[in-house]
Design a protein around this ligand. Structure first.
Ligand SMILES: *Cc1c(COP(=O)(O)O)cnc(C)c1O
Length: 238
């Protein structure tokens, strides 16, 4: 039962936070490649926040679920030509990593809705990755975001390199927490540090994550591989 797994994961987050003397982080359920029925099952068990990597996949699930109480987070790379639709389809965009996206998201966010919550994605340790801004670029990007009333700067997000050496991931998480503390010092509304996934969320919590993103740990193994997902989705999605 997915509801049992959800309660086990929430219990693990609580235990990790207690052991580390940190606040309990929010759980983002990463539902990419999972069926809408699985999302509905978790929603019925009380889970509200869901993360998707592709705009079109998220839209399809939202349509079949038709549940206004759910909160949708974009956690996949955002292409400029998908910014306008992302600003409509999501409550949070966690992958804002370049200034060009700022006006595109802001102008597309309807004034009838609350401002779009955004996290700046930081490329904390992976020089080969094309995604995420450099740590040095965070203050300027944050300044551009807070100048837009249709956007709400909430914090930072990172996907450290999947290093089998968990101590190296810990160092990346620690650097993120320090960047996050600097940013929160500049912008008091900043309250979210999104880091840690199924296999490393305990370390991320120790280092001060306020939101962890768990996919396989909740839903089990993804049916389709992400590479297949990406190829399949390429013509119409981000
Ligand atoms: C898929 C994904 C996750 C979840 O990964 P799991 O290892 O399945 O928990 C978290 N964050 C991002 C950005 C992802 O793409």
């Amino acid at each position: 039962m997915l509801s049992d797994t959800l309660h086990e994961v929430l219990q693990r987050l609580e235990n990790a936070a207690r052991d580390a003397a940190r606040p309990v982080p929010r759980l983002l359920a990463v539902s990419k490649t999972q069926a809408a029925t699985a999302v509905a099952e978790l929603a019925a068990a009380g889970q509200r926040a869901f993360g998707e990597n592709y705009v079109q996949e998220a839209l399809a699930k939202q349509k079949s679920l038709n549940d206004d109480a759910l909160e949708w987070h974009l956690i996949g790379h955002l292409q400029s030509n998908k910014a306008a639709i992302a600003a409509t389809a999501f409550d949070w965009v966690q992958t804002l990593d370049r200034e060009k996206l700022v006006p595109l998201l802001a102008t597309a966010r309807a004034t009838s809705r609350p401002p779009l919550n955004v996290l700046i994605q930081v490329n904390i340790d992976d020089e080969t990755s094309k995604h995420g801004c450099r740590p040095d670029d965070v203050p300027a990007l944050a300044g551009a975001i807070v100048a837009q009333p249709r956007l709400a700067l909430r914090g930072l997000m990172a996907i450290p390199a999947p290093d089998p050496d968990l101590q190296r991931r810990r160092i990346a998480f620690r650097r993120m927490r320090s960047l996050f503390d600097d940013l929160a010092g500049q912008h008091p509304q900043v309250d979210t540090l999104s880091m840690g996934m199924s296999d490393d969320h305990a370390i991320a919590i120790e280092e001060g994550a306020t939101m962890v993103r768990v996919g396989t740990g909740l839903f089990g193994r993804r049916e389709r591989r992400e590479s297949e997902m990406g190829n399949q989705a390429k013509p119409q999605t981000s």
